[in-house]
Design a binder for this molecule. Structure first.
Ligand code: UD1
Ligand code: CA
Length: 465
């Protein structure tokens, strides 16, 4: 049958708990580059063109549901009795036949290319089951692939059941297999739990297939890292380091300048244009996009944010925000969600922006909070301006027109509008609209009391004697 005619669906094994991780959440929710391992596996399936997805959940299924996209369906495994038992929970999905991809939910680097290469072999060889395999320098912890003299896969033996000779084998089972559903329906009921762990091993189906004289495919992955799984935090850290290194290398190949990789973590979905510079201590997460020639860092943290061409973000935090071209932020500033800076904006130190827009070429140089505001272009903010956007009950917006000049230590009490080109005097509290072009001064006039302290000084001098 042609590849496109056959039903292809996937079951992801995710019922394991987080005990070996020391976590109170399911293990597959442990994150690699800020993305749950389960989500990596789901994304690989979708990238391979497989959209009928079933997930085997243990406790806390609700948490798994939040981590994957809405189209996934779930089967519950009430008791954790092994990977073979986990697949049995999905048997309802086998009824329509076709080819079933089973993936461990704790091996995030399975690649769409490897999935499809194994599928092509699975079909062309007419296999009952086709494994993806990998050769690891250090195979400890993994099931080992047993091959016959002719090179055919005979079985998988788990580390805990292996003989000393079998432990020498470096070809391992990454936990990714294609099955013909007809074969699996027949093989699953024949599994037993007579093994070192007292579990129903999915891996035993491989031995059953070859004993039945059915074909077993074994497709070695070109990149052995794609086999890596994590059972504990040490392995999880290795996966993180491995993914981190790989992603940094991809960006280097794309012309991004990363002169030192210290403390740099870049998420899998981040896009960075050529000639951007990423400096140490910078973490870029989510759907962050960085324009060409931008400089990010040192010590910056960006989540789901966009930075335009040639802008500079120095020691600052950005969440869900955008910065135009040729702007600079920091050091030590923060853009909280839904903040949008135009082009050529200058934000200096200790500036916080939240849910606001700031127009082109506006300068907010020091110690300022702008919340729930719409600020025009070419404005200048003196040091220490504060929008008092919250009255303890509701939030209100401040509007500032183009070319306005907001003096040092101005408090803006919204809802309020400062018109185009208007000035506020230093130390003013603005709680009424300021018309365009006006100057607003709202402060107690300075008084001079001549000789006011002379008496006190005389008194202090007397006391010292
Ligand atoms: C498994 C394989 C091993 C392989 C390794 C790759 C078996 C018997 N062994 O071992 O050959 O080299 O993965 O990483 O399959 N799970 C359930 N229900 C269960 C048990 C496990 O859903 O009852 C899920 C886990 O959440 C996990 C996956 O199945 O995502 C693998 O289980 P795990 O216990 O980690 O298997 P390994 O011992 O690593
Ligand atoms: Ca595992």
């Amino acid at each position: 049958m042609e590849q496109q005619d056959r039903r292809r669906f996937a079951v992801i094994l995710a019922a394991g708990d987080g005990k070996r991780m020391g976590s109170d959440r399911p293990k597959v929710l442990c994150e690699v580059l800020f993305k749950p391992m389960l989500r990596w596996v789901e994304d690989a399936c979708r990238a391979a063109g497989i959209d009928e997805l079933y997930i085997i959940a243990g406790d806390q299924q609700d948490l798994l549901e939040q981590a994957v996209s809405p189209g996934c369906r779930f089967f519950r495994q009430p008791e954790r009795r092994g990977t073979g038992h986990a697949v049995m929970m999905a048997s309802e999905a086998f009824a329509q036949g076709g080819d079933l991809l089973v993936l461990n939910g704790d091996a995030p680097f399975v690649s769409p290319q490897a999935i499809n290469a194994a599928y092509a072999e699975h079909l062309s060889q007419g296999c009952a089951v086709t494994l993806m395999t990998a050769k690891l320098e250090d195979p400890s912890g993994y099931g080992r692939i047993l091959r016959g003299e002719d090179g055919r896969v005979l079985a998988i033996v788990e580390q805990k059941d292996a003989t000393p000779e079998q432990l020498q084998i470096k070809e391992v089972n990454p936990g990714a297999y294609w099955f013909r559903t007809e074969f699996l329906r027949d093989a699953l009921p024949r599994l037993t739990c007579q093994n070192a762990q007292g579990e129903y091993y999915l891996t035993d189906t491989v031995g059953l297939a070859s004993a039945d004289g059915l074909r077993v495919g074994g497709c070695a992955a070109p990149d052995p890292d794609t086999a890596l799984g994590a059972n504990d935090r040490r392995a999880l850290q290795q996966l993180n380091e491995c993914a981190r290194r790989r992603i940094i290398q991809q960006h280097l190949d794309n012309g991004v300048d990363i002169p030192f990789s210290d403390g740099i973590v870049i998420g899998p979905e981040v896009e960075i244009a050529h000639d951007a510079v990423i400096l140490p201590g910078t973490i870029l997460r989510g759907k962050t996009r960085i324009g060409a020639h931008a400089v990010i860092g040192p010590n910056s943290y960006l989540v789901d944010s966009q930075v335009g061409e040639g802008s500079h973000i120095n020691a600052s935090y950005l969440t869900d925000s955008t910065v135009g071209r040729g702007s600079s932020v920091g050091p030590f500033s923060q853009l909280r969600p839904n903040s949008h800076l135009g082009d050529g904006v200058k934000l200096g130190d200790f500036v916080e922006i939240k849910n606001s827009t700031v127009g082109d070429k506006t300068s907010v140089a020091h110690l300022t909070y702008i919340g729930d505001s719409d600020v025009g272009a070419y404005c200048n903010f003196g040091c220490g301006v504060v929008t008092a956007n919250y009255d303890g009950n509701q939030k209100y917006r401040t509007t500032i027109g183009d070319r306005a000049f907001i003096g040092c230590n101005t408090n803006l009490v919204p809802p309020v509008t400062v018109g185009e080109g208007a000035y506020t005097a230093a130390g003013t509290t603005i709680d009424e609209d300021v018309p365009a072009g006006a100057l607003a001064i709202g402060r107690v006039h300075q008084q001079i009391k001549e000789g006011w302290s002379d008496e006190k000084i005389a008194f202090k001098k007397d006391a010292k004697k």
